[in-house]
Design a protein around this ligand. Structure first.
Ligand SMILES: CC(C)(COP(=O)(O)OP(=O)(O)OC[C@H]1O[C@@H](n2cnc3c(N)ncnc32)[C@H](O)[C@@H]1OP(=O)(O)O)[C@@H](O)C(=O)NCCC(=O)NCCS
Length: 142
């Protein structure tokens, strides 16, 4: 899972402020699995996509580090992982799913918006104003 995440985020190494995902160690990934939760999609015994989730039952579920290895993109792996976590949240009474995207990557924000998320705010990161876009999707209703 760690290797898949690194492969997915590698394209962002050239950013002025590269994603902190690229600094993560296997121990960080292990801590995320033990301390929160992850959804992983495997094909032929290899992890092709993964996402972390932190759930507050009855409140919300936060998705982070969504990653699909480059060779497996464009086949709905990312969308399937997100749907899985949203459904997991619904079964635990979560009313909202939350996600974040880098503001300098409008394609990423668009990816979430096409999956029903809406922009709810921005955060300053690394001293850069509004570098992070916060998104939410209601898990209640039709
Ligand atoms: C963002 C990411 C998770 C999407 O994963 P994915 O499995 O390709 O997602 P899906 O297949 O569900 O959807 C891909 C979209 O790109 C289109 N697409 C087609 N071919 C594609 C290709 N070769 N590569 C990527 N996307 C392609 C799909 O049609 C779809 O379009 P839509 O959003 O209009 O429906 C993946 O690109 C990734 O890991 N990126 C690097 C890490 C990252 O940015 N994570 C998100 C942090 S917010």
């Amino acid at each position: 899972m760690h290797a898949a995440m690194l492969a997915a985020f590698e394209e962002y190494r050239r950013w002025p402020n590269p994603s902190s995902a690229l600094r993560e160690t296997v121990e960080h990934t292990h801590a995320a699995i033990v301390g929160g939760g992850v959804a992983v999609l495997e094909e032929g015994g290899r992890v092709v996509g993964c996402v972390r989730c932190a759930m507050r039952p009855g409140v919300d579920v936060k998705l982070s580090r969504l990653a699909v290895v480059p060779a497996s993109r464009g086949r709905g792996v990312g969308a399937a992982l997100v749907r899985f976590v949203e459904e997991h949240g619904r079964t635990h009474g979560c009313r909202v799913a939350r996600a974040e995207a880098r503001s300098e990557q409008p394609d990423n924000r668009g990816w979430w918006v096409r999956r029903g998320y809406r922009v709810v705010g921005y955060e300053d990161v690394y001293g850069v104003p509004r570098l992070r876009t916060r998104l939410e999707k209601a898990l209640t209703g039709p």
